[in-house]
Design a binder for this molecule. Sequence first.
Ligand code: ADP
Length: 555
Amino acid sequence: MTMQQTPLLMSRILGRGARLDPNEEIVTLLENGTHRQTLQITWERANQLAGALHEHNIRTGDRVASFMWNNYRHLELYQAVTSMGSVLHPLNIRLSPVDLEYIINHAQDRIIFADEDLLPLLIPFLDKIPSVELLVICRQEDNSETSFEHTSFKNTQIQTMDYEDFIVGKPTEYSWPEIDENSPMGLCYTSGTTGKPKGVMYTNRSTYLHTVTQAMTDSMNLSSLDSVCGIVPMFHAMGWGLPFTASMLGCKQVMPHRFMDPARLVKLMAEEEVSISAGVPTIWQGVKSFIEENPDKFDLSRLTRLTCGGAAPPVAMMRWYWDTLGIEMIQGWGMTETNPLGTLSRKVAKRSHMHLTEDQQFENIAKAGLLMPGLEIEIFDENWSPLPHDGESVGELLIRGPWICSEYFNDPQPEKFHGDWLITGDVAKIDQEEYVIIADRSKDLIKSGGEWISSVDLENHIMSLEGVRQAAVVAQPHPKWDERPVALVIPAKDSRINEELILKHCVQMFARWQLPDEIIFVDEIPLTSTGKIDKKTIRSDLQARHYKLPDLRAI
Ligand code: ADP
C-alpha cells in the first residue's frame, strides 16, 4: 500500500471552516431581529453537544432525531451527531402524525430535539414512540411567543430537557472517534408520496464525497467567500448537503428559521448579503412574484446564484431571474436516495459553450444537467437494454455511484434496484452532450392513445405565459384515450388570463392532441411536504368531486 488510508469521516471536514475563519457568522432569523454566533462558537457548541449526547449513552450508530427549522441549533446537531459517529435523523415536520409515528418507530430514534413551537405536532403520538427516551426542547430565542406548556406530555415515559441545559458546562473539545468510513451518519426518509416512507441511510464516506463534490465550481459553485442561505429545509434530504459543505468551507450561513414567506426571505437575503441560496421552484416562484410587486425595495446585488431543484424549474422563471436581476439559476436534480445531488446544470457548463447565444444557454439550463463526477447514469428500455444518448430515446433513469443508496434501511426493497443500479422512478432522455433531461416521474406521465405526454413540459410551458402564477397538469381517466391531461392554473394578481389564451400559447409548442382537455382556474394548488406540486392529492381531489373531462360530461 503506497498511500494513507485516512477514513473519510465527517469529523475531519466539518470543523474546518471554524478553524480557518473563526469569526465568520451563523445568522438565524428571529421574530424580531436575528440571532448571531460565530463559526467558532458554533463548532464549540457542537463539541459540547457531542459530549452531552455521549453522557446520555448515545453511541456509534444510534439514531438522534431532529424536529426543527433551519437554525443554528439544527446546524450544531448536523455537526455534532454526524461527527461523533451517531446518526442524525431529521424528521420532516410537514408529514402527517401517522407517517411521523411510523418513521420514528422504524428508525428507533432514541432522542428527539424539537423546536419549541413545533411541539404541538409531536404531542399527539408521544406515547406511541417507545424507543424515544428523551425530548430536548429548543426554546424560542426571542420572547415573541409565550413559552409552551410542557405539562401536556408529563404522563409519557419520555424525559424532557432544555437544549441549553443539555449542553451547558460540557467541554468545548470532544474527541471524535476513529470509526470505519462506511459507518452511518444520517438517515432521511422519502416523503411517502408512493406507499410507506422509505429510509435512506447515508454513510460518512458517501456524505464526505458528496460534500467535497458539491463545492466544485462545476457543481454548485460554493466557496468560502459565500454567504449561503439554504431555504430548502434541513429536514428534507439533509438540506441538500449545504450545511455540511458550508461548514467545511467556512461560509457565512444565513438561516430563515420558521419565517418562510417571500417578503421576509428577500429582506433577509438583502440584509445578510446572501450570495447563493437554494430551494424548490415553488419558493422561487413566490419570491419572483414578491419582487415583481415590490420592485427595488431590497438590494439583492450580492445574490448571484440560486440553486433550484426537487422539481423541474420553469425556464421562464430562470430567464426572469437572469434578465431582471442578473442571477444565475443553477438547476439540480436529485433525490433522497442520491444523498441528494446527482446532476447540475449551469448557464455555461462547458468551455465549448462559452460562445453559445443566451437562448441556447437557457435551453441547456432547462435540462436537469450534467452528472456529478464519480456517478454513472443510464437510461434503459423495458427489457433493461441501455438506450442511446441521442436526446430522443426516453427510458427509465438509473443511477449508481458512491453516494447512491444500495438498499432501503431495514427494508431492502430489491425491486427498486437493478443489479447495482438504483431505479430512480424518473423517465428521462440523455442527449449527445450528456445532459440528462427529465421527462417526468413515471407515475405522473400521461398516457394518451398509446403516446406519452409530459405533465412537466406542459405545466412549465403554461407557466411561461404572462399572467400565470402557477400551473399543474395531471392525467384524468378517459375510456377511449386511456388518459387525458387537465391543467390547474393559478392566475397572477389582476391578470386577464383565460382558457383560450392558454391553449393558444400551448399550441405553439405542443401537438393539438397533447393540449389539456380543460383548464381549471384555482386559488391554490396543493403542495407536498417538501413544497412540490402534489399531483397525487390533485388527482384524488378531482376524483372525490367526481370530476369528468368535458367530452365525457354529457355521457
Ligand atoms: P420525494 O419528493 O418523493 O420526497 P425527493 O425529494 O427525493 O422525494 O424527490 C426526488 C424526485 O424529485 C426525483 O425523482 C424527481 O422526480 C424530482 N426532481 C428532483 N429534481 C428535479 C429536477 N431538477 N427536475 C425534475 N424533477 C426533479
